[in-house]
Design a protein. Structure first.
Length: 168
């Protein structure tokens, strides 16, 4: 009897069928895992940047603003293109290179995600903000399964939590 190397057509079909079944189960789970980590990474970055801004406000003894800037360097509410952190010594909520100091800029968030946030967060020289606020970050638009939130108290304390409601 002759020894044959390779696979028969039946063996190949069975192997491909099993691989297809495993992929159909694994790919959605992997997508969910990627969304989860994307939300965690994004909210952690935002948390660190807000904490950084609060600390610098106290260190500089001046207001520090975190916000996305429009083409005229005014704060606006579209966080999808990233945001800027600057010492806000001049006109409030407007970056002016003559009077303000640029501290940091952050790249955009994932285009599929949604950030429910105020137009700007301005820490005064004592690290306080004007009112209590919540920031929600959701994977895959407003009704994402993976969502996190940050709360900022009037005293400037920032806390992370799992969001209790959808982004709106």
């Amino acid at each position: 009897m002759k020894h044959q190397d390779g696979l028969t057509l039946l063996e190949l079909l069975i192997t491909l069928t099993i691989a297809g079944i495993m992929l159909s189960v694994g790919v959605p789970s992997f997508t969910q895992l990627l969304q989860y980590h994307r939300v965690e990474t994004s909210i952690d970055s935002l948390y660190k940047d807000l904490t950084y801004a609060r600390q610098l406000a106290a260190a500089y003894q001046n207001s520090v603003t975190v916000c996305p800037l429009d083409n005229n360097n005014n704060c606006h509410n579209d966080w999808s293109n990233g945001y800027t952190i600057f010492v806000d010594a001049g006109t409030a909520n407007q970056f002016n290179s003559a009077s303000d100091e640029l501290l940091q800029t952050r790249a955009e968030f994932n285009e599929d995600d949604y950030l429910d946030a105020a137009t700007q967060y301005r820490f005064s020289s004592d690290g306080f903000v004007s009112n209590n606020t919540t920031i929600r970050y959701c994977a895959t638009a407003k009704d994402g399964n993976h969502k996190k939130e940050l709360t900022i108290s009037v005293t400037g304390v920032i806390a992370k939590a799992t969001a209790t409601s959808d982004c709106t």
